[in-house]
Design a protein around this ligand. Structure first.
Ligand SMILES: [Fe+2]
Length: 322
């Protein structure tokens, strides 16, 4: 593999465009985020961790406005700005401040790389021990879960559908240092690359970027995924979203690659937002493995719906989503 220009720390937020910010805010608050800032035309949402925003919603015709990586240093931003097609290092001019370099990937998605965005105070989340199997951690403490949305911690990963996942992976590796943790293939054709950050011996999510082959040849968003606090948040989060009559897509189940317990929802414009908990962490000891598609999606839970993983525009054409 070629030596990458920089190694990014993590994926930090997707950026979507929708015509009705108030309607999107209602969905995302039910989903478990809090508004950290708003301007006339943009909403910034946070989780319980310190990131100033983990989702950005702009007012406009429905579209994917891109995804963002967290750089490790200003020096890395400068290095990245030397890449072909990259912007200069520029102030974000957004709430939270900081600097960014903007690029366009080979599939046409805008990719921001940011550094220096203000950190927020962590929102405290009570955490009782678990009494599961050999683990006995909770004694004389009683689990009571109040009626509330799931508590979103942070962005976990963003999945994109592209025409040529191999070329797109090569581009992300060359610029940001991401590596494949696992891939799904049929024969010589790669269907999806589950990509992780390169933190050497440090641990990172099994995948932070999923680069999938667009099943219908239409590039777009596959899904976006945020980590919730614990198992109770998966189920209480589902109850809150069902009560509010949001559009449930797939779950609750446990994935195979990444092992997350998952639950998927469509926002009012059809883009897929995932809750997950209990995902795998890997480091440099993890070896990239290529798998067949059989059983790759989940270990238990409902069967993946046929329309899942297609870009929303494609699904709409066939009447499979709102
Ligand atoms: Fe996911």
């Amino acid at each position: 593999m070629t030596e990458p220009l920089i190694k990014v720390q993590d994926v930090i937020y997707p950026r979507l465009r929708v015509p009705d910010l108030e309607k999107m805010e209602r969905f995302l608050v039910d989903f478990g985020m809090e508004v950290s800032a708003r301007t006339a035309d943009t909403l910034y949402l946070r989780g319980t961790e310190i990131d100033h925003h983990i989702h950005v919603i702009e007012r406009g015709a429905p579209a994917i406005a891109g995804l963002a990586f967290q750089a490790r240093s200003m020096e890395d931003l400068s290095k990245l700005s030397s890449a072909k097609g990259a912007s200069k290092v520029e102030p974000t001019n957004e709430p939270g401040g900081g600097y960014r370099v903007v690029m366009t990937d080979p599939a046409g998605f805008q990719v921001e790389t940011v550094f220096g965005i203000e950190a927020l105070e962590r929102i405290p989340v009570e955490s009782l021990g678990l009494n599961l199997g050999p683990r006995v951690e909770r004694k004389s403490e009683f689990k009571r879960v109040t009626d509330r949305p799931a508590r979103i911690k942070r962005l976990g990963h963003v999945g994109i559908n592209v025409v040529d996942p191999d070329a797109v992976f090569d581009w992300y590796h060359a610029h940001f240092g991401i590596l494949r943790a696992d891939s799904i293939s049929i024969g010589d054709i790669n269907l999806a690359h589950f990509c992780r950050m390169d933190r050497d011996e440090g641990y990172t999510d099994h995948h932070s970027v999923l680069i999938g082959r667009a099943p219908d040849g239409i590039p777009g968003l596959n899904h976006m995924s945020w980590e919730v606090s614990d198992l109770d948040d998966m189920w209480i989060g589902q109850e809150r979203l069902l009560d509010a009559e949001h559009d449930h897509t797939w779950g609750i189940g446990r994935h195979t690659l990444g092992s997350q317990i998952f639950d998927y929802w469509r926002d009012p414009w059809g883009q897929i937002h995932e809750h997950y908990t209990d995902g795998d962490l890997v480091n440099e000891a993890h070896e990239w493995t290529v798998h067949g598609p059989e059983g790759a999606a989940s270990q238990w839970g409902p069967q993946m719906p046929d329309h899942f993983g297609r870009t929303h525009q494609a699904a709409s054409k066939e009447g499979n989503s709102k």
